[in-house]
Design a protein around this ligand. Structure first.
Ligand code: BV8
Length: 243
C-alpha cells in the first residue's frame, strides 16, 4: 500500500475509533529541535545510557549526570511544540475516549494542549530529593540551580525514570488498562527498544486493537500498518484526511 493510501486507511480507522490510544517517543519532539536518543546527533551518541540514566550512574558520578541533564534542560528551555504535538491535541478534542501515553520527559504535549497524558518516564522539569520528600517544579527558573536539597542538604535528582527503575505504578497501570481496552493504538516516533513502554502496542494488538506506527524508520513493533515519514508532516494529514 502506498503512503497516500495508508494515510487514507489510518484516517478512516481513527475516525471510526471509539477508544484511541497514542504512544509517543523522542521522534515526535525531534522537529521541535529536540535531539532523539539513538539517532544521528542523539543524546546517547558516544555516551552510555547506564552512565547517564541509571541510579548506579548517578551514585557513581552525580556531577556528570547533572551536567547531562542541565545540558538537556538548556536545549529544551526555548523549545516549542511542533505540528505533530498540536495535531494530537486537536484530535483529542474530537475523540470519545483518548489516551496519550508518552515516553518523553519534555512536556511538549502539555504545552500543545493535550490533556489526558500518561508520562511513563516522568519529567525533566522536576527535581526530587534522594533523602527526603522534597520536590520542586521547574528548578531551571530558580537561579542559581542547586543540586542539593534546600531542606535536608541531600542530593537532588531529575524527576525522570532511569534504567532499572520501576515506572510510576499508577501511570503504568493506567497505560496497561488503556492499551487493553482501546480499539486503535497508534505509535509515533519511537525506536521501540525501551520496555515496558515498547510492549504496550503488543498488548493492544493481543486485545484486538488495530495498531499502526508513524516513524522515520521501520522498527520491531509488530503492527498492522506502518507509515514512514515525519510525524509533523504525517499526523496533520492523517487526522484531517477526508474519509
Ligand atoms: C523497568 C530516562 C522494572 C529519562 C529512559 C522488559 C520488561 C521491563 C524492563 C525491561 C525489559 N527488558 C529490559 C528492561 C530494562 C529496561 C529496558 O527497557 N532496557 C532496554 C534498553 C533493553 N527498562 C527499564 O529499566 C525500565 N524500568 O522496566 O523497571 C525492571 C527493571 C529492570 C529489569 C526488569 C524490569 C525503565 C525505562 C525508562 C528508562 N529511561 N530515559 C530521560 O532522561 O529521558 S529511556 C529513554 O529511551 C528515554 O526516556 C526515551 O523516552 C526512551 C525511548 O527512546 P525513544 O523515545 O524511542 O527515542 P529513540 O531515539 O530511541 O527513537 C526515536 C525514534 O523516532 C527513531 O525510531 C526515529 O527514527 C524516530 N524519529 C526521529 N525523528 C522523527 C521520528 N519519527 C517520526 N517523525 C520524526 N520527525
Amino acid at each position: 500500500m502506498n503512503l497516500e493510501d495508508s494515510i487514507k486507511k489510518l484516517s478512516k480507522v481513527i475516525h471510526s475509533s471509539k477508544s484511541l490510544v497514542v504512544m509517543t517517543g523522542a521522534g515526535i519532539s525531534s522537529e521541535s529541535g529536540v535531539p532523539t536518543f539513538r539517532g544521528e546527533g542523539g543524546f546517547w551518541k558516544g555516551r552510555s545510557a547506564m552512565e547517564l540514566a541509571s541510579p548506579e550512574g548517578f551514585e557513581n558520578n552525580p556531577e556528570l549526570v547533572w551536567q547531562w541533564y542541565e545540558e538537556r534542560r538548556t536545549k529544551l528551555k526555548d523549545i516549542k511544540p511542533n505540528p505533530a504535538h498540536f495535531a494530537l491535541a486537536e484530535l483529542e478534542k474530537r475523540c470519545a475516549r483518548f489516551t496519550l501515553i508518552t515516553q518523553n520527559v519534555d512536556r511538549l504535549h502539555h504545552q500543545a494542549g493535550s490533556k489526558n497524558i500518561l508520562e511513563l518516564h516522568g519529567t525533566i522539569w522536576k527535581n526530587v530529593c534522594l533523602s527526603c520528600p522534597f520536590e520542586e517544579d521547574h528548578p531551571e527558573e530558580k537561579r542559581p540551580t542547586s543540586h542539593k536539597c534546600p531542606k535536608c542538604g541531600g542530593w537532588l535528582r531529575p524527576g525522570v525514570v532511569w534504567f532499572g527503575e520501576m515506572l510510576p505504578e499508577d501511570t503504568l497501570s493506567k497505560a496497561y488498562r488503556a492499551s487493553e481496552n482501546c480499539d486503535v493504538f497508534l505509535v509515533v516516533g519511537t525506536s521501540g527498544v525501551v520496555y515496558p513502554a515498547a510492549g504496550l502496542s503488543e498488548i493492544a494488538k493481543r486485545s484486538g486493537a488495530y495498531t499502526a506506527l508513524v516513524n522515520l524508520e521501520k522498527t520491531n513493533a509488530n503492527v498492522d500498518l506502518v507509515l514512514l515519514g515525519k510525524a509533523g508532516n504525517l499526523l496533520p494529514k492523517i487526522f484531517s484526511a477526508e474519509v
